[in-house]
Design a protein around this ligand. Structure first.
Ligand code: ACO
Length: 361
């Protein structure tokens, strides 16, 4: 038995490979360096879906835009009780109202859903009317527009594309495994995506970047970093944005996202010094982790610079996991289709360690 299924190979996939020793991520034969910052999200979805849908059009921009417009009808069912939920719970509840299916139309609605529902929920929670999608726009530009009610600023849609592409797929992570388990029962793509969202929201997976902002705000100044981080470790807390089940070196996505933060914020007055401050906190955290946890190779993971990038794009921290879902949903759907195409029902066994039944008198 392997604790946490570490090192267990539970699927063969053509979709992505995570090399934890070399710090390398391959998505369908392309390295992350080749994709991030050079590929629109729609192109990444096409790359993942290629071969899994017979009727896949060459350009997904318009079909995905139309799927956003279709999904927007679900915004009408937002009520006061839904708005008491966190954005990820509300988005999940709205996504659960979509019909199950295995076809491309269902798949595109599922790619659209986290984007459309998150924007509408966040606006409704702020007392603002939802903004209908514009099917002519690229997905990232429309996400920013639906959220804010005005067009994205210079470089912002490109920065969001970089983020969504960077996180679109990542081997058999917890949420993707959950999605594949559900797909293996033939429940349908919507059910598989709901499993993915549910697994993603935990703080050990996609729930970390919001707490990264809390950590940066708690630290406040570079001089305070060491004392704050040491106190956190002494309490037994984990440092958010560090450590990974597979990577024993720096997560390559951290570099891709840091580059995107730099491109987006260079020359802007929005948050002068924020990136330099984050770099100082990262350096302090890595040094302290090395001292305090010498037996584990703990390095920066994707969530640290995710937090910086999504903050620079003015997403509220409460929505960070929803934005992660906007990208990762492409991987969940592709993995679900791959599982359906060739995989058996996923049904491992457990080892019983409970008491034996008592003998009848
Ligand atoms: N801060 C402090 N200690 C840590 C951290 C951390 N960020 N990460 C691991 N450790 C410690 C653990 O406490 C444990 O030590 P202990 O047994 O003495 O308590 C040991 O290192 C275990 O390390 P791993 O086996 O590498 O951890 P695991 O594979 O179980 O967990 C995980 C990986 C969940 C990502 C972990 O590193 C963590 O909790 N990180 C913080 C949360 C985070 O950033 N999550 C986002 C992950 S990226 C993603 O899912 C998209």
């Amino acid at each position: 038995m392997s604790d946490g299924l570490e090192h267990v190979v539970a699927a063969a996939t053509v979709l992505s490979e995570v090399d934890g020793q070399a710090g390398r991520l391959i998505i369908r034969g392309r390295s992350l360096d080749d994709l991030a910052g050079r590929t629109r999200f729609e192109e990444a979805v096409h790359l993942l879906f290629d071969g899994f849908f017979d009727d896949l059009p060459a350009d997904l921009t318009r079909p995905l835009g139309e799927a956003r417009a279709e999904v927007f009808a679900g915004v009408a069912s937002i009520d006061a009780r839904l708005l008491e939920l966190s954005p990820i719970e509300a988005m999940r509840a709205l996504t659960a109202r979509l019909a199950d299916g295995d076809d491309l139309a269902t798949a595109l609605r599922l790619i659209a859903a986290p984007a459309v529902f998150t924007a509408a929920v966040v606006r409704a929670q702020a007392g603002e009317a939802p903004v209908a999608p514009d099917p002519r726009l690229g997905h990232s530009a429309d996400i920013l527009r639906m959220l804010r009610g005005r067009p994205a600023g210079p470089g912002q849609a490109e920065a969001l594309d970089t983020y969504l592409v960077t996180v679109c797929d990542h081997g058999l992570n917890a949420s993707t495994f959950a999605a594949r388990v559900v797909a293996s029962t033939r429940a349908g793509l919507t059910s598989a995506v709901l499993a993915g969202i549910s697994a993603l929201k935990g703080p050990l997976h996609g729930g970390a970047p919001g707490p990264v902002i809390d950590m940066l705000d708690g630290i406040g100044t570079p001089e305070n970093a060491r004392a704050w981080l040491e106190a956190a470790l002494a309490r037994g807390d984990r440092l958010m944005g560090f450590g990974h089940r597979v990577y024993r070196v720096r997560d390559p996505r951290a570099g891709a996202l840091k580059g995107a933060v730099r491109r987006l914020t260079e020359g802007s007055n929005a948050a002068p010094g924020r990136l330099a401050f984050a770099e100082a906190v990262e350096a302090a955290a890595l040094a302290i982790l090395k001292e305090k946890k010498p037996d584990r190779a703990l390095d920066t993971n994707v969530e640290f610079y995710t937090a910086l990038l999504l903050e620079a794009l003015a997403f509220p921290p409460s929505t960070f996991t929803c934005v992660f879902a906007m990208g990762r949903v492409a991987g969940w759907v592709a993995h679900a289709r791959e599982q359906l195409a060739g995989g058996r029902l996923i049904r491992p066994q457990s080892r019983y360690v409970g008491p034996e039944p008592r003998q009848a008198a």
